[in-house]
Each structure stands twice: as structure tokens, then as C-alpha cells.
Design a protein around this ligand. Structure first.
Ligand code: UDP
Ligand code: MG
Length: 334
């Protein structure tokens, strides 16, 4: 059967309560992918739906062996659903899209063509975006801040429609709501990230799963990904750097007061004394946090199995092999 062979393309679709959309999305996908000429699989990940989504997806699996279904135990969130889909995907290329028909399957060939130009991740740019203004405006602000803070020049970080090379998704540690900034995480690992404009539609049926809280969470997640991509491997540079600055300012403040005290002035009532003490204590604590964070980095570093290599010369066939563990193998001693 065709299912034993690795398809060229895996389409991963997270779905939470999408019974009004799933069958229509399947029809639209087949309409585009059959004439596209690449073998494919469609992987639905049911993220704890309480409606008929999983049952409908199972019907599709029975009807078409190219359709697969993963049912999560409960609602774990879109990032977790994507992550499970990425683990199961077998295609050399992986496309993700939302299940509500806001993303248009007809755009998939465009994304794949851009991947073929040499990109590792191609992100959709919903243009023009078919969402209420109350969603479009805050999202524009977040995208602008994200571009500025991360240096990744995309217009639309959180478009559900994206295409990846398989090794890129296998290299992704997705949890919480980090799906919003996948391009930042991927770019931080040295992969090439591109963008193409894609057609966008209003939600076909059902309701959005996110309320206004998405914007505050979006900003918090931006802080997380910025920290993860810039300081994940050197937390002492951030925490120790801020700590050293605080400590230095505290020493200046209290040094100045010490001189006054030696000259016979009273300093016990000076607010600057308390500020100086506070800065010194917080500075030392931040430095200690930085050292603990370095220890955690050291522990996790030995477990990394992904390759950092894009290509090699004269080492044919060995590209992309997992790196040997750096921690000593105690069992191999004789
Ligand atoms: N989704 C999910 N788990 C969740 C929330 C959303 O799998 O906890 C799926 C949802 O079914 C849809 C996609 O993620 O396929 C995007 O969700 P939604 O359309 O509600 O987001 P919006 O378009 O409002 O940003
Ligand atoms: Mg949607």
C-alpha cells in the first residue's frame, strides 16, 4: 500500500472543535494536492475536541489511507498539537495549516515552490487579512515589535499556513503557546526563513479559540522566545550583566554615602542608602540566578542530538547525522 512509502509532503492540521470545517477542508486539500503531483499525507491532530471532529476525521481515514489522525488525551493547545503532528510526519516537506478554512489549501504549491528556492521555513503572510479590526490592529503592533526585537523580518509571524523541511520541525521544541513565534525559534537555529503572501478567508464555521488575552500572552511569549534564541546558551550574559550593573550602581551610591559618613554627616535617614543596599542585593541575586541557569544549560547541552550543520564538503552521506552525546558514556569503560 501507498501508506508504507514516505510521502513527499505531510500536511499537519491541529483541530479543536472543528466539526463544521474538517470535511470541507479535506475536500479542498484533495482538490489542490491531487493535481499538484507530489505524494502526500494529511495528518489531523485532534486537540481534545468535544464535538464530532475526531469521529469525522476517522471517517476520512477509513475512506482515504492518506489521511491520518492523532487524538490527544485532552486539550493541550495548538503548540502541543503541532508538536505531536511534527513527530508523526513522514514527508520530506511539512505544511501546517489551520482547520477553519481561513488558510487556503490552494496556496500550498506557492509555499513549496519557495522552499525549493532553498529556504528551510516559508511562512504565509495573510494578505489581505480577513479578520475583525479588533484582531488585526493589535496583531500588527505585535508583529512590528517582534520584527524590531528579534531582527526576523516577517510581516506575519503567527500565520497558520507554513511550510518546512522535515529536519526543521524535528529540531523544534514547541510547548505552551510558542507556536506564535516559530519563525523566530527556527531562525535562531540558523535556518533560512522566507515569507510569501497568502490568501486569507473569514472563519468558515465555529468560533475562534482565542480571546483578547492572546495579545498579552503574545507579548510574554515574545520575551520568552527572545531570551531563548539569544541567551539560551549563555544566560549568565543577560542575568549576570544586569546583576553586575545593579551591583556597580549600588556600590557607587553606598560608596558616596560612606565618604559622607567619614566626613561626619549622618546618612541613616538617606533614601539613597536603601536604594544602594537594594541594588547590591538584587545584583548579587541576579548573578547567582545566572550561574544556576548556566548549570541548567550545561546539563541540557549534553543531551542535544540535533545537528548544527547545513552542509559539509568531502563527508558525503554523513550530513545531518545526530551529534554524538558530549556527556561521558560510563557504561563503555572496561
Ligand atoms: N487549535 C487547537 N488547539 C487549541 C486552539 C486552537 O488545535 O487549543 C486549532 C484550531 O482548531 C485551528 C487553529 O488551531 O485549527 C487556529 O485556531 P483559531 O482559528 O481559533 O485561531 P485564530 O484564527 O483565531 O487565530
Ligand atoms: Mg482561525
Amino acid at each position: 500500500m501507498a501508506t508504507l512509502e514516505r510521502p513527499e509532503l505531510s500536511v499537519v492540521i491541529p483541530a479543536l472543535n472543528e466539526e463544521g470545517n474538517i470535511t470541507k477542508l479535506y475536500d479542498r486539500l484533495v482538490e489542490t494536492l491531487d493535481p499538484f503531483g507530489r505524494t502526500y499525507e494529511i495528518l489531523f491532530v485532534d486537540d481534545g475536541s468535544r464535538d464530532g471532529t475526531a469521529a469525522l476525521a476517522e471517517d476520512l481515514c477509513r475512506k482515504d489511507p492518506r489521511v491520518k489522525l492523532i487524538v490527544l488525551r485532552q486539550n493541550f493547545g495548538k503548540a502541543a498539537a503541532l508538536s505531536e503532528g511534527f513527530t508523526a510526519a513522514r514527508g520530506a516537506l511539512v505544511v501546517t495549516m489551520d482547520c477553519d478554512l481561513q488558510d487556503d489549501p490552494a496556496e500550498i504549491p506557492k509555499l513549496v515552490a519557495k522552499l525549493d528556492e532553498g529556504y528551510d521555513l516559508v511562512s504565509g503572510w495573510k494578505y489581505p487579512r480577513r479578520d475583525p479590526l479588533s484582531k488585526i490592529i493589535p496583531s500588527k503592533v505585535i508583529n512590528w515589535v517582534a520584527r524590531w526585537v528579534t531582527g526576523v523580518h516577517l510581516h506575519d509571524f503567527n500565520c497558520g499556513l507554513k511550510a518546512y523541511r522535515l529536519n526543521v520541525v524535528q529540531d523544534l521544541a514547541l510547548y505552551g503557546e510558542l507556536h506564535r513565534y516559530i519563525p523566530v525559534l527556527v531562525s535562531g537555529r540558523g535556518y533560512r526563513v522566507g515569507e510569501v503572501k497568502v490568501c486569507h478567508h473569514p472563519r468558515h464555521s465555529g468560533r475562534s479559540k482565542y480571546g483578547v488575552e492572546r495579545f498579552l500572552r503574545g507579548f510574554l511569549d515574545l520575551i520568552t522566545v527572545t531570551f531563548l534564541t539569544r541567551y539560551n546558551k549563555r544566560p549568565i550574559h543577560l542575568l549576570g550583566g544586569i546583576g553586575a550593573l545593579f551591583f556597580f550602581l549600588g556600590c557607587i551610591a553606598n560608596g558616596y554615602l560612606s565618604v559622607l559618613w567619614l566626613l561626619g554627616y549622618g546618612i541613616g535617614y538617606r533614601p539613597l542608602l536603601f536604594l544602594g543596599i537594594l541594588l547590591i542585593i538584587v545584583g548579587v541575586q541576579l548573578g547567582c540566578f545566572g550561574l544556576v541557569a548556566e548549570m541548567l544549560t550545561q546539563l541540557s547541552h549534553g543531551r542535544e542530538r540535533d545537528s548544527l550543520v547545513r552542509r559539509t564538503v568531502g563527508l558525503d552521506g554523513r550530513q545531518g547525522e545526530p551529534r554524538a552525546r558530549t556527556s561521558p558514556d560510563l557504561g563503555s569503560r572496561s
